[in-house]
Design a protein around this ligand. Structure first.
Ligand SMILES: Nc1ncnc2c1ncn2[C@@H]1O[C@H](COP(=O)(O)OP(=O)(O)OP(=O)(O)O)[C@@H](O)[C@H]1O
Ligand SMILES: [Mg+2]
Length: 233
C-alpha cells in the first residue's frame, strides 16, 4: 500500500527506519522517476541543518546523495538517494579479515571526505553505516548527519551557516568510533578497548598492530589509517 505524501513523492506507508529524531520512508520521486529515501523530522530546524550539511558534503560514492528538502505538515523532510542495503549491525562475525578491512577502508574514505569538508560525523554507530551488495562485492554508505559538527579549525569560514555546530575536537573522535565498528565486524564485540584488542587472536598480526595504534596513540587523519591498513594486507 502506498499513499501520496507530497505531490511529487509517492511514499510507502510503512517506515523503513524509525530513530529517535526521525522516521525514514521509502518513496518514489515522480518528477525524476527514481526511488528516494525521505527522512521526516519533527524538529524542522534540525532537519534543515542536516539537509544543509548533506548538501555541503556534495557527492561521494560512500555517502547518500542529497536531493531535496521540503516542509510539510509542520515537519522537515530530507529527500536523498535510496540505499538498498542493510545496517552494519547485521554483519557481525560474518566476514574474513580481508573483507572487514575493505569495509573499514571504505568507511575511512567516506570519513576523509567529510573531514576534508570540515565536519565530524560524531555518531558512527552500527545503525549509521549501511552495507550494500554491489557487483559481487560490498560497498558502504555512511548515513545520518544529525549529530555532525563543524570542526573548530574550519569554523571561521562557515560559522554563519552552521551556527550551533562548533566543537573543539578533531578527527580522532570519529576514528576511534571506527575502531569499535572494526572490532564488532571481526569479533562481535563493540569495543575500542586496548586490553580487549590485545586479547583477540588475529590471523594477521600487522592488522592487530594497526588497531592497537588506532586506539593508542591514535591516528590523526583517516588517510594515515588507510595507508597502514593497506600495508597490513
Ligand atoms: N538513504 C537511505 N536509504 C535507505 N534506508 C535509509 C536511508 N537513510 C536511512 N535509512 C534507514 O533508516 C534508519 C534511520 O535513519 P537515520 O539513522 O538517518 O535516522 P535517525 O532518526 O537519526 O536514527 P537514529 O536516531 O536511530 O540514529 C537507518 O538505520 C536505515 O535503516
Ligand atoms: Mg541513525
Amino acid at each position: 500500500m502506498s499513499r501520496y505524501f507530497w505531490d511529487r513523492y509517492e511514499v510507502q506507508e510503512k517506515p523503513v527506519g524509525q530513530g529517535k529524531k526521525g522516521v525514514v520512508y521509502q518513496g518514489y520521486d515522480l518528477k525524476n522517476n527514481r526511488m528516494v529515501a525521505i527522512k521526516r523530522m519533527q524538529k524542522i530546524k534540525r532537519a534543515e541543518r542536516e539537509a544543509m550539511i548533506m548538501k555541503e558534503l556534495g557527492s561521494h560514492q560512500y555517502l547518500p546523495k542529497f536531493y531535496d528538502f521540503f516542509i510539510a505538515d509542520n515537519h522537515g523532510h530530507i529527500v536523498m538517494e535510496w540505499i538498498d542495503g542493510e545496517p552494519l549491525r547485521k554483519f557481525k562475525n560474518k566476514h574474513d579479515e580481508k573483507t572487514v578491512v575493505n569495509i573499514i577502508i571504505m568507511i575511512l574514505e567516506g570519513l576523509k571526505h567529510l573531514h576534508n569538508k570540515g565536519f565530524l560525523h560524531f555518531d558512527l554507530n552500527r545503525g549509521n553505516i549501511m552495507i550494500v551488495k554491489q557487483n559481487q562485492g560490498l560497498i558502504v554508505k555512511i548515513i545520518d548527519f544529525d549529530r555532525s559538527k563543524l570542526m573548530d579549525k574550519h569554523h571561521e569560514k562557515k560559522k554563519n551557516a552552521f551556527k550551533f555546530a562548533k566543537v573543539n575536537i578533531d578527527e580522532r573522535h570519529d576514528l576511534l568510533q571506527v575502531v569499535q565498528l572494526f572490532t564488532f565486524l571481526l569479533t562481535g564485540q563493540y569495543t575500542a578497548s586496548y586490553e580487549a584488542l590485545e586479547t583477540i587472536n588475529f590471523d594477521n598480526k600487522a592488522l592487530q598492530k594497526v588497531l592497537l595504534k588506532a586506539v593508542y596513540p591514535g591516528y590523526e587523519t583517516a588517510q594515515e589509517m588507510i595507508d597502514d591498513l593497506i600495508n597490513s594486507l
